[in-house]
Write a protein that binds this ligand. Structure first.
Ligand code: F6R
Length: 606
């Protein structure tokens, strides 16, 4: 959750860095800081809490200079405090580092440094990096010779060779003020390319207001930014490397809140547009064809795959779970879905006959990337479904399909999830058409429903006032149960994840058929049950499960298909939100527009 911004150019660095850090605030942080170089001196400012504190500190004690690095920290090693806030410096105070990631062997490195007399100022893992670079510089530099950029680079490489773990680093030295160094291993870092100015950023929104041209660093890359150019080297070999500059299709405006109270709300309301953008040009209902130009896998390849394995984390994993129902049912192809962090540490049976699909909004999730590399190592073909052009997954997978959501800044995934589902629906249709496993009327029906999807989601979003009323009524509850069956089971898991993550309320997602195998014991009026009970093949079964809940005195909040009177009858039937036609039900039953999962007129064959 930390953020890095770096700058070298003609502007006042402190202003550029503060602006960039502000644009990364959405990632969450508990302290912030920056270092600015001014000739052969450097100065650091750090503050605990909001960026406004750092800003106030900078007003009192301004920094002047045209190069530097800044950081927002989310405490991992050591509590949130000024001494643990980044940047960190070496023993001479002339080498300064900001860092995202985790130095896994920092305890051993710290012990070694302390044995050599180094005193530590913080409890962080990052500080070891500053000291190691400082030591490497001292070993290489015959005082009082100035530190040349190549010597600085060599010292950084030497220090990094001792480090195990993950990092995105920004490093400066007061003895080499003409450069800012960035280095990456398993944590995102990009270089923004301007005119006679260059930027470092852990995430694109930090630089979008200044440039749309970026070089995405890859694992093992080291970047040397000066006012005139950026040079890239391999950390391992020191050899120069080339990376192409990518034009970022998002504008700075897309990364603003646009009048919403927070990014997550804005992104929830962006879903109709994001679904429309994601589906645009991909479905041809007249010819009954699906266009997936960036798939880069031949029809022959697709037909021959023995098995498909989906890997992802968190919300993206839930999208994968949902897709399994589609692939098995429509494409009639075996499909495994795995949590990426488990997949990478097993010995999964995957080989050249298999397709691995990696789903990720960011395209930078370390476990998902590791799973892809593992599968590639075993000869499997890989396909990325992601939202970030130029991200690691996008670059490394054989085929790719983009979700066109624009930047997802709210840390909890919302519009990316529904766009992932839309892409997975399209992919399943594509597979079904190739294999001839779905009758043409079904294909047409599903396509028509997908083309209506954006409008329906817009309709469902009109329930917001009623949903807010439900939230007000229930937010004191400490536990929630989310139930769903079939396609709606992954949706129940996702609902529970969102509630936990955003409200800090404990919630569990369950397949409703499992209720009677244990969790029913927990049902009482203090444990609201949110049921996703849209009409479809398993509707009657879900109703039976909800009757069980009701019999135990449980309070049901149902997400149901518009016009469903049976579900309203399940309890006594008073309206929760008289002002809104779609919210009704005694103890919080909520009717919504048809969901993504269920085509409107004819249920899919699931
Ligand atoms: C939850 C959430 C996370 C992400 C997960 C994977 O709201 O956002 O669970 O889904 O960290 O991230 P990506 O999709 O970027 O690989």
């Amino acid at each position: 959750m930390c953020g890095i911004v770096g700058y070298i150019g003609k502007e006042e660095a402190s202003e550029v860095l503060l602006d960039g850090l502000r644009r990364l605030e959405y990632r969450g942080y508990d302290s912030a800081g920056m270092v600015v170089l001014n000739g052969n001196t450097l100065e650091i400012r750090r503050s605990v809490g909001k960026l406004a504190n750092l800003e106030a500190h900078l007003k009192k004690h301004p920094l002047t200079g045209h190069a530097g690095v800044g950081h927002t920290r989310w405490a991992t090693h050591g509590r949130p405090s000024e001494e643990n806030a980044h940047p960190h410096r070496d023993a001479t105070g002339r080498v300064v580092v900001v860092h995202n990631g985790i130095i896994e062997n920092y305890m051993a490195l710290k012990a070694g440094l302390q044995a050599r007399g180094v005193k530590f100022e913080s409890q962080t893992d990052t500080e070891v990096v500053a000291h190691l670079v400082g030591e490497a510089i001292a070993r290489r530099r015959q005082a009082p010779v100035p530190l040349s950029p190549p010597l600085f680079v060599e010292a950084v490489r030497e220090a990094l060779s001792e480090i195990k773990g993950t990092y995105a680093l920004g490093i400066v030295s007061a003895d080499c003020p003409e450069v800012v160094i960035g280095a990456r291993r398993e944590c995102p870092l990009l270089v923004g390319v301007g005119e006679n100015e260059f930027f470092l950023a852990s995430d694109a929104p930090a630089i979008l207001s200044r440039t749309r041209n970026a070089i995405f660093l890859q694992d093992g890359d080291l970047a040397v930014l000066s006012r005139e150019k950026v040079l890239l080297f391999s950390i391992e070999t020191g050899q120069p490397i080339e990376r192409k500059t990518t034009y970022l299709p998002w504008d700075a405006l897309q990364a603003e809140k646009a009048g919403y109270r927070h990014f997550m709300l804005k992104e929830i309301f962006e879903q109709p547009r994001s679904l429309e953008d994601t589906l645009r040009g991909r479905l041809d209902i007249n010819e009954l064809k699906v266009h997936l130009d960036t798939l880069k896998l031949s029809e022959e390849q697709i037909k021959k795959f023995r098995k498909m394995t989906i890997v992802a984390c968190g919300t993206s994993y839930h999208a994968g779970l949902m897709a399994r129902y589609l692939f098995e049912s429509w494409v009639q192809a075996p499909c495994d879905v795995e949590i990426a962090s488990e997949f990478r540490y097993r010995n999964p049976l995957i080989g050249p006959e298999d397709l691995l699909v990696a789903i990720s909004q960011s395209g930078e999730t370390a476990d998902t990337i590791a799973a892809v590399r593992h599968a590639k190592g075993k000869g499997a073909t890989t396909l990325a479904i992601c939202n970030s052009v130029g991200s690691t997954l996008y670059r490394e997978c054989h085929g790719k399909i983009l979700t066109h959501c624009g930047p997802e800044i709210g840390v909890a995934s919302t519009k990316a999830f529904t766009a992932q589902l839309a892409v997975l629906y399209v992919l399943a249709l594509y597979g079904a058409l190739l294999r001839g496993t779905l009758p043409r009327p079904d294909v047409e029906n599903i396509m028509r429903n997908l083309l209506h999807l954006s409008r329906w989601v817009g309709e469902a979003l009109k329930t917001d006032a009623g949903v807010a009323a439900l939230a007000k009524k229930y937010f004191h509850s400490r536990n929630f149960l989310f139930l769903g069956r079939n396609l709606n089971y992954p949706i129940a898991l996702e609902g529970a994840l969102k509630l936990k993550e955003i409200s800090y309320i404990h919630a569990e997602g369950y397949p409703s058929g499992e209720l009677k195998h244990g969790p029913i014991a927990l049902i009482d009026e203090d444990m609201p049950v949110i049921a996703i009970a849209t009409q479809g093949r398993v509707y009657d079964k879900v109703m039976t499960n909800l009757e069980e809940v009701s019999a135990r005195g449980g309070r049901v909040i149902a997400l149901a298909t518009v016009g469903d009177t049976r579900i309203t009858a399940l309890t006594s039937g008073h309206r929760l939100d008289a002002g809104h036609p779609r919210i009704h039900g005694p103890r919080g039953q909520c009717g919504a527009a048809p969901t993504v999962g269920l085509p409107h007129r004819r249920p899919p064959r699931l």
